[in-house]
Structure formats: structure tokens, C-alpha cells
Design a protein around this ligand. Structure first.
Ligand code: GSY
Length: 168
């Protein structure tokens, strides 16, 4: 079984519901097992900053899919959940990025793994480090000041984080 890590973000509409739908859609793929989910973080936009705050999570998956087949699944889910690329780096209903796939280094036209800018992005590193035991990643996350980076733990309206956290 291959191990992959994704970052999922949303900053349009019911952001939390988009995250939930994305995770449900991943779980519904027979060759994917959702192993761990981070808590939900609300994060100030990076890149194109004149847009709403995001909700971001990191997800650990087990999968028998190849990296490119996993990419196709992620792109399908984005399409199904209504993502339209109107402005590059702009608002999106949901965005699924493959961050890591085993220890592989992949550089193709449509897929680069590890994700090229992941280490600079607190909204990726902080959720990811929270579900990882990788020492370098934990160190990287500790170097970020969440307040300065505009990263806040977020909980659903009832105060409960309704994602199921599977520890193994
Ligand atoms: O690369 C993912 C989309 N994205 C995000 C995001 O998910 N979170 C934050 N905080 N800023 C972002 N800018 C872009 S583009």
C-alpha cells in the first residue's frame, strides 16, 4: 500500500462542507483509505491576498493508485465540487493538492512531488506536521509563528470537530 499526503483547502461558500465532501469522496474510492485527518485550520490567503480566508486540512491516505491516477481522482473531485479556475491563485470551492507520495520524487508536466512550495507554506506545513511523525517536518512547523502566519485552529459551529480522527 502506498502512503500519500494531501492538502485540501476551500475559501468559497460553505468551506467546511466542501472539505467534508472532498474527504467523503476520497473515502468512496475503493482503492483509497483515509488514514488520518488533521484538525481544521482557518488560514489567511497566501499569494493572491485579496480573497477570503481558507479552511485547510491535511489528509493521510493509503492507496493502490499510482501518483497520476491519484491526481486524476483529486481533479475529478475538484470538478464535481464545482471548482472553476477563474483567477490563478484565486478563490476556489475546493482544492486538493498531493504533497507527498511515499518518498518519491516526481517531476512531470502535470505533477511535481513533493509539492514544490509546500515547505514555505505554513497553511500546508502546520496541518501536515500535526498528522506526521517526520522530524524534519515537525521542525519546520515549529519554525512558523501561527499568529504571524495567520493560521488559527477552527472548529465547526457546535464547537466539535466532526471529522473522525483515526489514529494508527
Ligand atoms: O494552494 C492551495 C490554494 N491556496 C491557498 C490555501 O489553500 N490556503 C491559503 N491560506 N492560501 C492559499 N493560497 C492558495 S493559491
Amino acid at each position: 500500500m502506498n502512503r500519500a499526503y494531501l492538502s485540501i483547502g476551500s475559501n468559497i461558500g460553505d468551506r467546511y462542507q466542501y472539505l467534508q465532501e472532498a474527504v467523503r469522496s476520497l473515502s468512496a474510492v475503493p482503492s483509497i483509505t483515509v488514514i488520518k485527518l488533521s484538525k481544521v485550520y482557518e488560514t489567511d490567503p497566501v499569494g493572491y491576498t485579496d480573497q477570503a480566508a481558507f479552511l485547510n486540512i491535511a489528509v493521510e491516505l493509503g492507496t493502490s493508485l499510482s501518483p497520476h491516477d491519484l491526481l486524476a481522482v483529486c481533479q475529478n473531485i475538484e470538478q464535481e465540487l464545482g471548482r472553476k479556475r477563474i483567477i490563478r491563485w484565486g478563490p476556489r470551492t475546493v482544492d486538493l493538492d498531493i504533497l507527498l507520495y511515499n518518498d518519491e520524487n516526481i517531476e512531470s508536466d502535470d505533477l511535481v512531488i513533493p509539492h514544490p512550495r509546500m515547505e514555505e507554506r505554513a497553511f500546508v506545513v502546520i496541518p501536515l506536521a500535526s498528522i506526521s511523525s517526520d522530524a524534519a517536518l515537525l521542525q519546520k512547523a515549529a519554525e512558523f509563528d501561527p499568529e504571524k502566519e495567520g493560521i488559527r485552529l477552527w472548529t465547526a459551529f457546535d464547537g466539535d470537530d466532526v471529522f473522525v480522527h483515526t489514529e494508527n
